[in-house]
Design a protein around this ligand. Structure first.
Ligand code: SF4
Length: 299
């Protein structure tokens, strides 16, 4: 009985957190948008930023989602092996999704494959999407929630290049992807790039890269240099906010890498939009929680 009460407690907390992340952008995204807004001089670009900030203020004040597309709900679970509710966590995440769908409310975005029928609950086969990572032996868990909108998911690409294509080929693939599709994702964009060994490892890494907190370069100097080079190049295209043209195209470019087969170089690209709704919450074994993505947030 005790465990059931605790389970319900975690469902309630997580449901409120998902609700909140649909209405308040995390600190790093807010700071970057404020910074990019200052760069803009073109009247239309400035006007778009004004609308974005007005939208964010109203979303918070009126308790409504920042964007009508609240996305497919995705959870990235980084858990200790001894977190006492690990076995119940999948169910907890599903129930929290149902709660937030009703309370926020979130748009109904889960469409079953083949039958192409919207489930009407934001639950479906493998939705919410959950990525599990056992990171240590502790009894704590960290859960990152991300709301993957349709427009920002659209540019996502993955390719496996032959060895001679090299990093030049990878960069060309990134530029082709953003030039052809980036405008669909409501710039300024966060571009996540994964250098992997096959299509799915590169795609997964690119999502991890996209979700990395902004303001940190990759620790490897060559990767950091590549992030800077691509960021400068994409900014030179001048997409501007919502693609109306302006000084900046991107909020950030992040790269993550893994060892790869010598005969191939996998490249994945995942794009986040200006309304990059994600948040991080940590629980200890007693279900005390701490929100690390939104300073001063209360549920
Ligand atoms: S790309 Fe982002 S801001 Fe644009 S409609 Fe989709 S979720 Fe909303």
């Amino acid at each position: 009985m005790f465990k059931l009460d605790k389970k319900e407690m975690m469902i309630q907390t997580l449901g409120k957190f998902v609700d909140m992340t649909s209405k308040e952008l995390p600190d790093d995204v807010m700071e970057k948008l404020i910074e990019l807004r200052r760069y803009e001089e073109k009247p239309l670009a400035k006007a778009i930023y004004d609308v974005m900030f007005d939208n964010m203020e109203k979303a918070k004040k009126l308790s409504r989602p920042t964007c009508q597309d609240t996305g497919v709900i995705q959870y990235f679970v980084r858990t200790g092996a001894k977190f006492p509710y690990l076995g119940q966590l999948r169910e907890i995440l599903k129930q929290a999704t149902i709660n937030a769908t009703k309370s926020a409310p979130l748009r109904l975005n889960a469409v079953e494959p083949f039958d192409e029928v919207n489930t009407g609950t934001n639950l479906g086969t493998d939705i919410p999407y959950i990525v599990w990572d056992v990171v240590d032996d502790s009894s704590n868990v960290e859960i990152e929630i991300y709301q993957a909108g349709g427009g920002c998911s659209l540019p996502g690409r993955s390719i496996v290049l032959p060895p001679l294509a090299g990093y030049e080929g990878a960069i060309e693939f990134v530029f082709d992807t953003i030039v052809n599709w980036g405008i669909n994702a409501c710039p300024p964009l966060i571009v996540g790039i994964g250098i992997g060994t096959c299509a799915n490892s590169s795609a997964s890494l690119s999502k991890k890269a996209m979700l990395r907190p902004m303001g940190n370069s990759h620790p490897h100097p060559k990767a950091a240099a590549m992030e800077k080079k691509i960021e400068d190049g994409l900014n030179a295209i001048g997409l501007g906010p919502q693609g109306v043209s302006g000084a900046k195209s991107v909020m950030a470019v992040h790269i993550e890498g893994m060892a790869h087969h010598p005969s191939v170089l996998g490249v994945g690209v995942t794009v986040g939009c200006w309304a990059n709704r994600h948040g991080i919450i940590q629980f200890d074994e007693h279900l005390n929680y701490k929100i690390t993505s939104h300073k001063g947030a209360k549920l």
